[in-house]
Write a protein that binds this ligand. Structure first.
Ligand SMILES: [Fe+2]
Length: 263
């Protein structure tokens, strides 16, 4: 069993599930894939959608009741996918922006698709100064990070974590994204594999195909750690230990990563 830490399953509040029926269909797909817990991560501050903490908690409670009524064995946790903007810092401090699972440990943040805004590193530092660990959502889908993964490496070096999208690994977003995913995973820069599902078709809540691809690129231990164990631990409010990942990463990549870290 596993946990999906990034999923737009809540109905009608962002570009994810449109209706309760679609949310329930997504939930059934997730359960079929062995997912027992989902962090519901609607967009917040992305310029289109605003979903403050109270609204997400309420939506999670309502969908959980519907899941229970349908006897779908899936647990939801409240969270958000925050666009990394200056006002996020105050919102986190004020408690109006959700941490992962409301545990007060980690925050899922996304960058724009095509660039890395000036001040991104400073915003990440300001989140960390509040005692929170930023989890960078799908860095492989940011075209600048895909070309220059050393930026991601520097953020991971300062204590950030990163989440890759399962369908990036299996090629649904094209060869460039898939190549970036592979490079980031084999470089030890990725701590979570998640679905980032939006629908009950195409972008679905399924992580096992991505996990199989990660195992092919690295080994089963890495796939299990980022595809199952670290997400499961986060669902219990515990953060992953990046050293644990580096310890099972195939040798060549690990050595080069450390060389760069130490240089
Ligand atoms: Fe997302």
């Amino acid at each position: 069993m596993t946990t999906d830490i990034h999923c737009h399953i809540l109905p009608g509040i962002d570009d994810g599930a449109k209706t309760l029926e679609q949310s329930l269909a997504m939930a059934r797909i997730a359960v079929e894939d062995g997912i027992e817990t989902i962090f519901a991560t609607p967009h917040h501050f992305n310029g289109v959608y605003r979903n403050p903490a109270a609204a997400v908690r309420q939506a999670v409670e309502e969908l959980q009741q519907a899941l229970d009524a349908e006897q779908i064995n899936l647990k939801l946790l409240p969270a958000s996918e925050h666009h990394l903007v200056p006002e996020l810092i105050d919102a986190l401090a004020a408690g109006t922006a959700l941490t992962m699972g409301d545990f007060g440990r980690a925050v899922l943040v996304e960058l724009p698709v095509h660039n890395i805004p000036l001040g991104t590193g400073e915003l990440l530092e300001q989140i960390m100064a509040q005692g929170l660990v930023p989890i960078i959502a799908h860095p492989e889908r940011n075209s600048m990070l895909a070309r220059d993964p050393e930026r991601l490496e520097s953020w991971v070096g300062m204590g950030c974590l990163a989440q890759i999208t399962a369908q990036s690994c299996t090629g649904q977003f094209g060869p460039a994204v898939q190549g970036a995913a592979r490079q980031m995973i084999t470089g030890g820069l990725i701590h979570f594999l998640a679905s980032d599902a939006h629908r009950d078709r195409r972008r679905i809540p399924q992580t096992s195909p991505g996990r199989a691809q990660v195992a092919e690129w690295t080994n089963q231990a890495v796939a299990d750690l980022i595809g199952k164990e670290f997400p499961q631990r986060l669902s219990a409010g515990a953060l992953p230990d990046p050293q644990e990942l580096l310890a099972v990463l195939p040798g060549q990549e690990r050595r080069s990563w450390w060389r760069r870290m130490l240089s």
